[in-house]
Design a protein around this ligand. Structure first.
Ligand SMILES: Cc1ncc(COP(=O)(O)O)c(C=O)c1O
Length: 372
């Protein structure tokens, strides 16, 4: 956010900044969704809805899963105010003061805060660049203690763009199940998986996995603040009560708009954009490699690349500030995603056009001799 506001200040001063720091799609929300949202407002659909979300929307989400071969009852689906609210509610549902929850490092930084609000502690599993930042169940098994209550992962992940395969998900689900713990899988980047990746939803693995999802990324609706969770049947009643008390209801017009997000017309747009993200991933990763950057894990999904900058002999903060101040390229310091080697990495987002990616790469080529 600091980098973004500094980049915005440079732009206000008339400089052209290449934005590789932004964690949201550069495309506007698809037109059918916008029209449905406007209609909802005009038709006065501005009152509270059920805390669980509109029945029609829960049904659409269930059908969305049916299209990928998953039979998920609407009763297990709860609409939330973005994945963030899902993460907040699930933390409140599952964890108590002193509980220990495993998170990968590097990982999505706000997860620490969701756990902290209920007094739970995040316990980091350091991922190793030499092992392409792959999570191993051995690490989880050896760190698990009497206070451990669960694990929270994302696939595809932020900032790595890593996809967790079905075998690994199964192993984790089994282990955590044996320990009577909880497995939360954040699938906010579902739909943004690049070709040939062996993506599996946690819902294909076990009915006990708590799955987070959102309209923010694949559906391009970040500012509408809408997402959903899928939870085991045994937890639905308690989750309803929590949502009623803490949220009352998710944003009503956004829910009516989201009904149109699943229309064939809108899905064509989302899929087309997902393809563009894959092309950009290829362009940016190849370009960075040609410039000599090390990328331990080539992007598998989402819209991020985690890039080694250790050869420049400065911290990721310093590297990002130099790049922004002197070359007007904005990237995110790895230290934001964890202390484990974070200072030696930066995150590039490919949420910008191919023209901008080319311009960013040519600026980087000029910057490298000055940064070394
Ligand atoms: C892994 C991950 N989870 C959750 C979120 C929050 O998303 P939302 O906009 O749905 O609240 C983000 C946002 O970037 C994210 O990267």
């Amino acid at each position: 956010m600091d980098i973004l506001s500094k980049a915005n200040a440079l732009e206000s001063a008339g400089k052209k900044v290449i934005h590789f720091e932004v964690g949201e799609s550069d495309f506007d929300t698809a037109e059918p969704i916008v029209t449905a949202g406007i209609n909802a407002l005009k038709e006065g659909k501005t009152k509270y809805t059920a805390a669980e979300g509109l029945p029609a929307l829960r049904n659409q989400i269930s059908q969305y899963y049916a299209h990928i071969g998953l039979d998920i009852s609407e009763s297990r689906i709860f609409v939330t105010s973005g994945a963030s609210s899902g993460l907040m509610l699930l933390s409140a549902l599952l964890f108590n003061r002193g509980d220990e929850v495993f998170l990968p490092d590097p990982g999505y930084p706000c997860n620490d805060a969701f756990l902290a609000q209920v007094g739970a502690k995040s316990r980091k599993i350091p991922l190793n660049a030499r092992e392409q930042f792959r999570l191993s169940t051995n690490a989880l098994e050896s760190l698990w203690s009497g206070c451990s209550k669960g694990i929270l992962l994302a696939s595809p992940s932020n900032p790595l763009g890593a996809v967790l395969d079905e075998v690994l998900l199964q192993k984790i689900a089994k282990f955590v199940g044996r320990k009577n713990g909880f497995f939360i899988l954040d699938e906010i980047y579902q739909g943004l998986v690049h070709e040939n990746e062996s993506y599996s939803s946690g819902l294909a693995v076990s009915d006990d996995v708590f799955v987070i999802n959102s309209f923010s990324k694949f559906f391009g609706m970040t500012g509408w603040r809408l997402g959903w969770v899928v939870i085991p049947s045994s937890a639905t009643e308690l989750f309803s009560r929590l949502a009623q008390n803490l949220i009352i209801s998710p944003n009503a017009p956004a829910q009516y708009a989201a009904l149109a997000a699943f229309s064939e017309e809108a899905m064509i747009i989302h899929r087309e954009r997902a393809k563009l993200f894959s092309q950009r991933a290829k362009k940016l990763s190849c370009g960075l490699k040609e410039l000599g950057f090390e990328i331990p894990l080539m992007p598998e999904g989402g819209f991020y690349l985690y890039v080694d900058i250790s050869e420049f002999g400065m911290s990721s903060d310093e590297f990002c500030l130099r790049l922004l101040d002197d070359f007007h390229i904005a990237v995110t310091p790895g230290i934001d995603f964890g202390a484990n080697q974070g200072s030696s990495y930066v995150r590039f987002s490919y949420t910008t056009s191919e023209v901008n990616i080319d311009e960013g790469l040519s600026r980087l080529a000029k910057a490298i001799p000055f940064l070394r």
